[in-house]
Design a protein around this ligand. Structure first.
Ligand code: PLP
Length: 351
């Protein structure tokens, strides 16, 4: 992807934007007295939190940089991955003029974020194996197609996109290709694109603390991309988008890599057990292969089974109205106890 010209993808008003310059980003050296940001360091019992936090979260990024082998300049942190999804749309798409391309079915927030910004979404159906058809994706693109959202492993289908397909799209699509890797840690063979961003200035990789790291309530998402793309995201984000408690908690969580790796292994083993158990039921038509921490299963009557599980106080995700997912339920792999509770309820279901 040598001819990629980011200037042509970013909206003109964003290129010209003079970003808000916060007190904390203007002055970086040590000082004894900070009277520059209109804070109040007298009132709070939690005095540690009386000051505005580091706008660029450098301590946290340094740790992420160590773990992922990616320079801090190539890392953006957001309020969940949902924040970079929204920022990428706002940075590139003129409302009512430009469009984004998303595979279908996939994670619903790409469309919601586009709709909020009055940006059209061109959804391109996956094939029967839930893989994108390269020709169809490229055919859907026009000169106003600024972003292509790929999700691998994909939600709600659970499968990874074949690396060759991602590569072909990354080489051919003329806008920015976003690879949402929210579930990448659960894939058996890691096919992360995170280390390829140096070769692909048009690729953004999204990861999150919400899945393998077990910290969905923290609201922390990561985007990895060229320094130029990260600079654009930093330019348009809210000045203090990540609170200090969130930065501290994430930093502490990142010390626990062994605990996380063990939990991921347990989830992967549970996933295989759950798949085998599901296949035993006569009302289960199909269990799709999964590289994620959930399973998409086709049953004989998704609405009926969904309602039955609610009576057993179990909530799964009914995806029956999603394209290519007729009669499908998406079931998160829970703790061993939760999975047992589910199977017990399924044992007593008479379809
Ligand atoms: C594919 C995908 N990307 C992103 C997210 C959201 O991540 P975050 O919690 O970091 O906003 C989800 C959540 O379910 C998801 O399925």
């Amino acid at each position: 992807m040598e001819q990629f010209d980011l200037q042509k993808i970013i909206r003109e008003n964003i290129l010209k934007l003079v970003p808000y310059s916060s007190a904390r980003s203007e002055f970086k050296a040590d000082a004894q007295v900070f009277l520059d940001a209109n804070e109040n360091s007298m009132a709070s019992a939690w005095n540690e939190y009386s000051r505005y936090p580091d706008p660029l979260q450098m301590k946290l990024k340094e740790r992420i940089s160590e773990l992922k082998g990616i320079d801090t300049k190539n890392i953006f942190l957001g309020n969940g991955s949902d924040e970079p999804i929204d920022l990428l749309i706002r940075a590139t798409c003129r409302p009512e003029v430009d469009n984004i391309i998303a595979i279908s079915p996939s994670y619903g927030m790409y469309k919601v974020a586009a709709d909020i910004n009055d940006v059209k979404v061109k959804e391109v159906l996956l094939d029967d194996a839930y893989q994108p058809i390269v020709a169809n994706v490229l055919e859907a693109a026009d000169t106003n197609s600024k972003l292509l959202f790929l999700c691998s492993p994909n939600n709600p289908t659970g499968n990874s996109i074949e690396p060759a397909i991602i590569e072909e799209l990354a080489n051919s699509f003329e806008g920015i290709v976003i690879i949402d890797e929210a579930y990448i840690d659960f894939a058996d063979i890691s096919s992360s694109w995170i280390n390829k961003i140096a070769d692909y200035p048009n690729v953004v990789v999204l990861q999150t603390f919400s899945k393998a790291w077990g910290l969905a309530a923290l609201r922390m998402g990561m985007a990895f991309a060229s320094e130029d793309i990260i600079a654009i995201l930093n330019k348009i984000k809210a000045p203090y988008n990540i609170s200090l408690p969130a930065q501290q908690l994430a930093l502490a969580a990142l010390q626990d890599t062994v605990v996380v790796a063990n939990a991921v292994n347990v989830i992967k083993a549970q996933r295989e057990q759950l798949i085998n158990s599901l296949l035993q039921y006569s009302f289960v038509q199909k269990v799709h292969p999964s590289d994620a921490n959930f399973i998409l299963t086709e049953v004989n009557d998704a609405n009926a089974l969904y309602k039955y599980l609610l009576t057993r106080k179990i909530v799964v995700r009914n995806r029956t109205n999603v394209p290519l997912c007729g009669n499908c339920l998406r079931i998160t792999v829970g703790t061993p106890e939760e999975n047992q509770f589910l199977l017990q309820a399924l044992n007593e279901y008479t379809a």
